[in-house]
Every structure is written in structure tokens, then in C-alpha cells.
Design a protein around this ligand. Sequence first.
Ligand SMILES: O=C(O)CCC(=O)C(=O)O
Ligand SMILES: [Fe+2]
Length: 358
Amino acid sequence: MTTAHTYTQIELLTLHGAEFRRVSTAPPRPSTEQEIPIVDLSTIDDSAAARQAIASQVRAAAENNGFFYIKNHGISSELIQRAHASAQAFFEQTDEQKNLVSHVNSAVMNGYHGVGSTQINKKETPDRKETFSLRYNPANDPTATDPLPTDSSYESDDFLWTGTAHIPDFKATNLEFYQSRLALARKMIRIFALALSMPEDYFDSVTTRPGADGLFVHYPGTPETVDDVSIDVGIGAHTDFQCVTILWQDMSGGLQVLSASDEWLDAKPIPDTLVVNIGDFLQRLSNNRFKSTVHRVYNRQTTSRYSMPFFLGFNPDSICQVVPSCIDEEHPALFEPISCGQWHRDRLALAQGKKIDA
Ligand SMILES: O=C(O)CCC(=O)C(=O)O
Ligand SMILES: [Fe+2]
């Protein structure tokens, strides 16, 4: 039996104006293992051949729905539990306490954003979530080996730690978790280089001082009295800006992914896995071969949902261009070289409703 699909459209913000995507009106359905596969990273530190085998699975996922799970990723469940507990302890505070680390103290959006203060999709409701963000700071990256660019000025994140000093181990746990995710993200970008048929160190020089953001996110529960139609989005339909996102989600569910066949799929929580997806910048560098996939979150339960995304971009001062292996006579480069930092700043400003001079 075939089911007749009906479709609607969603509107997305891009630096070149609004973009429309066709979407099935069917409710989200569970994804199959082919649609959002699980990639086992247990051999990632072994031989080059083992990494090539991982890369070929990543390539298939990246060219299909742009989302996959990773297991045996090397971040201990004990550390993840401590980070989750830290996030909970932070969000359970009063608004006054949370605003001790308000993002208004920061020029680079470090710190706390309250519920409804962002609206990633301007055609949907404000996002019913609150976040704590930690941006890249060389002081938190002891493994970096290259000298800092002389003209770089990074904002201190001291205010984040003084404003949370009363939460036991908040700073130590946050930094330990950030560093372990940064290390994993650097390993994953090497896998992506292989998946693009390039040497595995191809992106190493542009990930020495990367735009790397570690977030804690809390989606408050939805009151039982709210009907399904008027429910606010947790985070509206969007694509991620940077290269690779690595996400931990709790067992609540609610993350939905727009498939290559224009249907909403549930990216259901799978214990001991992280979710990986591709952002717009990597799609651009891959000449649209790898998919930066639209996704959104609804928290339809009465209790809280927590997630912890990590966004990896390239060094802000690097100029990146379409990867040579993605260009041939039939596929000329679709995009000009661009500064990663400028790209990220423009996309963030656009999401905040500011006007961009293209
Ligand atoms: O909370 C989640 O599961 C996803 C969050 C997300 O898509 C984002 O912060 O970009
Ligand atoms: Fe996202």
C-alpha cells in the first residue's frame, strides 16, 4: 500500500535571503537504521585503514540525511553524567542567579540566554529553551600546539566562573567536558577529511584555534493544559551554521530531522551514543555533497529535556574554499572562498534579527 503524501513548506533564513524547503505534513516517524545510522568509533585510534572504514560510513550518512549516531566515542558516561548534573544545577537556579552570567556581559554570546530570548526560525514561535554557552578560548585548550595569532583578542570567560562559583565543580566539570568534546570533534573532522577523499590532516591547520562552542540546553516541560497546535517549538526548524555538531541528548526525545525525502524523522535517544550532524559551512566546502540538514526540537512532555551540543567550526581567521576533491568539470565550485569567522558572525547576527551587508 502506498500512502499519499501532502506537503507544506518551511522558510529558512540564509545569508542570501529566505529559502523554502518542502516538508511532508505527516507526523514525525521513527528513523530506520539506514536513515540515521550508528557509526562505531571504537577503532578510530587504530590504523589508517580502520579510519578509512569509519569514513566510508560517515560519507554515506553525510550524503544521505546528514545525521548519524556515534558509539564508543571515548567520552566516559561518568563525565557525561557529571556534565548533565552541572547543567541541571545551573538551570534549577532562580532567574536572578542565572543572570549573573547573562550573555549581555559578553560581546561573543558567552553565557546565559533565557527562555524565549532566541527565535532561530522567524516564522515559528520563540524558542522555548534556555542555554549556557561557552565559546572557544585558548586558555581552555591546553593541547593546542601552534602560537596564537598575534592580532587575536579573545574575550575572557572569567565572568562565567565567578557567576557560577557557588555551584560545586561547575567550572571544572564544564571545562573537562568542553575539552573532551573538542578533542573528539578534532578527531571527527579528520574522519570528515577522509570522507571527502582528502588526506586525514587536511583540516588540521584550520582547527588549531577553532570556533568551537560548548552549550548546555534546557527545554522546560510543556504544561498538560497546552494543546498540540499552540505548543511552542523548543528550537525552531534550522540548520547548524558551522562544520560539525556533536550532541548529547537525554532520554526525553523530541529531536526531529528533515530527511532527504522531506519527512520529519525522530532522532530518538540511544543510550551511550552522541548525535553528529553537518553544518552549513561544511556543506559549502563540500560543494553541497554533504548535507546540512534541517532539524528542530519539541519537548512535548511535562518534564524538562536537557541536551548538550558542541559546534565545531574552523579557525576564525582562516579563509576556506571548496575542497578540491569536490570539484571537477561537471561540478564547478559553487561558492567563493570565505573567512570562517566572518561567516559565523554573519549567521549569528542574522539569527538575532540583525541586518547583514552581503
Ligand atoms: O537540543 C537538541 O537536541 C538540538 C539542539 C540544536 O539543534 C541546536 O542547538 O542547534
Ligand atoms: Fe541545531
